[in-house]
Design a protein around this ligand. Structure first.
Ligand SMILES: NC(=O)c1ccc[n+]([C@@H]2O[C@H](COP(=O)([O-])OP(=O)(O)OC[C@H]3O[C@@H](n4cnc5c(N)ncnc54)[C@H](OP(=O)(O)O)[C@@H]3O)[C@@H](O)[C@H]2O)c1
Length: 402
């Protein structure tokens, strides 16, 4: 059976594709980085040829309401039209628990629009509404941060591990369409403020949590059960503390001690000698950065002229980030694909979401993307990733940005 995962390069998509393949299915990862774009229709007809099931786990690159609405409306309309033409028999979409209970949040209104389009189409469907992923807690904390204080209500949250979401989607993809909504959550419920306090403490993040019943969640007012599912929700198995230890995100308190007036992230950046590395890379040469006493190591694997495209070259190399390493802001005037081999790295391009990638997950940067976060997620374990890059011959590999 052929299944197509739209957003197959994302957090959930990567895990889902690998779970489906482990179960013996032909799972196709479709996203702009593999030439399939639901906004433009590019590559969709080819990707959907012969597919029985489509699982849409794509996401808008921005949470801003109008942008997200445009993304989900356009991409869902296109996707459903191409699915109809290809004879797809089951459309599955990943949505969020509690959408109607937070109408002030524009992103949630965009997800409602996505669900309405699915319900209105003639394609049999299953909408899976998940609670917040453990992997999303960083974003919740960042969104609620004012200065060095994270202001949060004590409303309940029942977060779920991305691995469990992928597992549930794989199960649902193997079954018949429910033509309705399935809720999915983690096994435990926490007050939001207490959970984020624990999460930041585990990361040795110095931000203070202020418990405030009036605090907004992405602009919306939470009541006690806004974010929690109904009693019959399907539950993932992973508990929060196990996830923290499994993902290696817990930072020993002997490392990364906060210093007055300086955030953990600023200290990470300041502690590296990575400017040296970037300055050297501007020459266009691939080097082993450790020879410059810098803390990241770049190991060339191959470089070749790009066949059939005059003036372009393709490069492949590995990058080793030592524990706690963070790159300065930069840009590559190149098409860049990153594939994590070991450890965990945090990546973000300007205007995009911050993502934490584990082994087997990938990340893409276009020539115009400004790479604002590129760091090892762990202060205790090294990380390693493979880079595949296409650029103009002789052009610098890395361009520092302010
Ligand atoms: N975060 C949470 O806590 C949470 C909770 C419940 C439900 N959800 C839902 O879960 C879904 C997946 O979230 P995620 O965190 O896994 O997303 P993600 O990591 O941000 O991945 C997004 C994926 O969408 C793809 N994409 C972007 N634009 C596209 C386009 N025009 N055509 C095709 N694919 C496109 C991206 O492809 P490229 O990599 O090629 O750009 C990427 O594969 C979202 O719909 C979200 O609403 C999230």
């Amino acid at each position: 059976m052929k299944l197509v995962v739209i957003g197959g390069s994302g957090l959930i998509g990567t895990k889902l594709v690998s779970q489906l393949r482990n179960r013996g299915y032909q799972a196709i990862a479709a996203s702009p980085s593999s030439g399939v774009n639901t906004l433009t229709g590019e590559g969709l007809a080819e990707a959907l040829k012969g597919a029985s099931v489509v699982i849409d786990v794509s996401n808008s690159r921005s949470f801003e309401g109008a942008t997200a609405l445009k993304f989900f409306e356009t991409s869902t309309r296109n996707l459903l039209a191409y699915e109809l033409a290809a004879g797809v028999g089951h459309h599955i979409a990943l949505s969020v628990v509690g959408l109607e209970r937070l109408p002030e949040y524009g992103y949630f209104r965009a997800k409602i629009a996505q669900e309405d389009l699915i319900k209105g189409s003639s394609i049999p469907y299953s909408i899976v509404r998940a609670t917040q992923f453990f992997e999303f807690l960083d974003t919740i904390a960042d969104e609620a941060t004012e200065g060095s204080t994270v202001r949060l209500a004590s409303a309940l949250i029942q977060p779920v591990a991305a691995d469990d979401v992928a597992g549930a989607l794989a199960d649902i993809a193997a079954g018949a369409p429910v033509n309705g909504v399935i809720e999915l959550a983690g096994p435990e419920t926490f007050p939001l403020d207490a959970l984020i306090r624990r999460h930041l403490a585990a990361l040795n993040d110095p931000r203070e949590i202020a418990s405030d019943p009036q605090a907004r969640y992405f602009g919306g007012k939470l009541s006690e059960r806004t974010l929690v599912p109904a009693k019959d929700a399907r539950l993932g198995a992973t508990r929060f503390e196990s996830w923290l230890s499994q993902t290696g995100r817990e930072i020993s308190s002997t490392n990364l001690k906060p210093t007055a007036g300086t955030s953990g992230r600023e200290r990470l950046v300041a502690s590296t000698k990575s400017i040296l590395v970037l300055a050297s890379l501007i020459t266009g040469a691939l080097i082993t950065a450790s020879t410059l006493m810098a803390e990241e190591t770049i190991t060339p694997l191959m470089s070749n002229d790009l066949a059939g495209v005059a003036g372009k070259e393709v490069l492949m190399y590995t990058v080793d980030f030592p524990a706690g390493f963070s790159s300065p802001v930069h840009r590559h005037n190149a098409q860049v694909s990153v594939y994590v081999l070991e450890g965990s790295v945090v990546m973000q391009v300007k205007g995009g979401k911050k993502v934490t990638l584990s082994p087997g997950q990938s990340f893409y940067e276009s020539p115009s993307d400004i790479h604002i976060v590129s760091q090892n997620a762990s202060s205790t374990k090294p990380a390693k990733f493979l880079v595949f890059l296409v650029k103009q011959k002789g052009a610098p590999l890395v361009i520092p940005e302010k």
